[in-house]
Design a protein around this ligand. Structure first.
Ligand code: ASP
Length: 327
């Protein structure tokens, strides 16, 4: 075979490698990696236990993972005692509660809202963005107007308790900087795989307590706070959003799984990347969760104390993740 012919055949061959096997891989991943009866939901932090129950009502009846994750996180958005999500969330520096959320399904469809005010369920507005618009992300007044147009009603999100906390914080400091530590930030990120082996995820938060007015974190950013690739797996993040955005954290975790890493290894590597990209790690809490196509799951965090709730047909429990440092 002369060189020219060889190069031509090789070129055709490599095109085939790019096109055909990826198709086969898809089938392989879809048909062989997920076993029926293994639908699973995981979500960040202890409130995830309650959220999972609602997601499970849908998953256990062969419902779709996208419906499960939306229903699950809505429970926490409505919980006025949870100071980091939805109603009752701690406000920004100006005393205004602003919400960030996003949702993603098994077909790369995604929707997001950022800097949204006065709406109890940002996750459902995000879903409407995904389903009813050609866009991925709406923010601020535009997101609010869109929500109203879609039939959502305005709600006061600032509870007396959250307002008191904010007032105390203001009194304590002269030059008030946003505060982040393990007590005043959390997010609910939820990942689920249904009986069809389809993955979805949702992420919703009121963000970093006392943040600058207008600040948006990682939670509504597809690839940062959440990413779903139905061929591989899904990931979500919690913690200091700025650090997570800088490394496209959730996308990174999914891509690491694509390269063959298990969920625990992928989350571990993402935390190492945060270590590498931030000089000052003091109080820099971040946590990642991952769920792969087989239903395997894990998390990893910078500091101790991160956990996630797991529910499937066999178990319903809270799991402490591995971490890099004690507080
Ligand atoms: N990641 C969220 C944010 O930065 C907050 C959190 O999860 O604690 O807005």
């Amino acid at each position: 075979m002369d060189r020219r012919k060889f190069v031509k055949i090789s070129a055709i061959g490599s095109a085939a490698i790019v096109l055909d096997p990826s198709k086969e891989d898809k089938v392989k991943l879809n048909n062989h990696s997920f076993t029926k009866g293994n639908s699973t939901v995981i979500s960040t932090w202890k409130p995830g236990l309650e959220a999972n129950k609602f997601a499970w009502k849908i998953l256990s009846k062969n419902g779709k993972s996208i419906d499960a994750v939306e229903a699950g996180v809505r429970v926490i958005e409505s919980d006025a005692n949870n100071k980091s999500v939805g109603i009752g969330g701690l406000p920004d520096k100006n005393g205004i509660v602003t919400l960030d959320a996003c949702i993603m399904d098994h077909n790369y469809n995604c929707g997001s809202v950022a800097f949204l005010q006065d709406i109890e369920h940002p996750i459902s507005v995000a879903r409407k963005v995904m389903e009813d618009t050609p866009h991925v992300m709406l923010c601020g007044k535009g997101a609010l107007d869109f929500a109203i147009e879609k039939g959502f009603s305005k709600t006061n999100l600032l509870t007396p308790e959250a307002e008191n906390d904010w007032k105390k914080w203001k009194e304590l400091q002269t030059e008030k900087l946003p505060e982040i530590n393990h007590e005043n930030h959390d997010t609910i990120g939820m990942l689920a795989i249904d009986e069809d082996g389809d993955l979805s995820g949702a992420c919703t938060t009121s963000g970093w307590a006392y943040k600058l007015h207008g600040r948006v974190g990682d939670s509504p950013i597809i690839g940062a706070g959440l990413y779903v690739d139905n061929e591989i797996g899904a990931a979500c993040a919690t913690g200091l959003g700025e650090a997570i955005i800088k490394i496209s954290g959730s996308h990174l975790v999914v891509e690491l799984m694509r390269q063959g890493l298990k969920p625990n290894e992928a989350c571990y590597e993402a935390v190492q990347r945060i270590k590498k990209t931030n000089k000052n790690l003091k109080d820099l809490q971040v946590g990642f969760l991952a769920l792969n196509k087989k239903g395997e799951h894990a998390g990893h965090s910078m500091y101790a104390g991160f956990n996630y709730a797991l529910k499937n047909s066999k178990t319903d429990k809270l799991i402490d993740t591995k971490y890099e440092m004690e507080w």
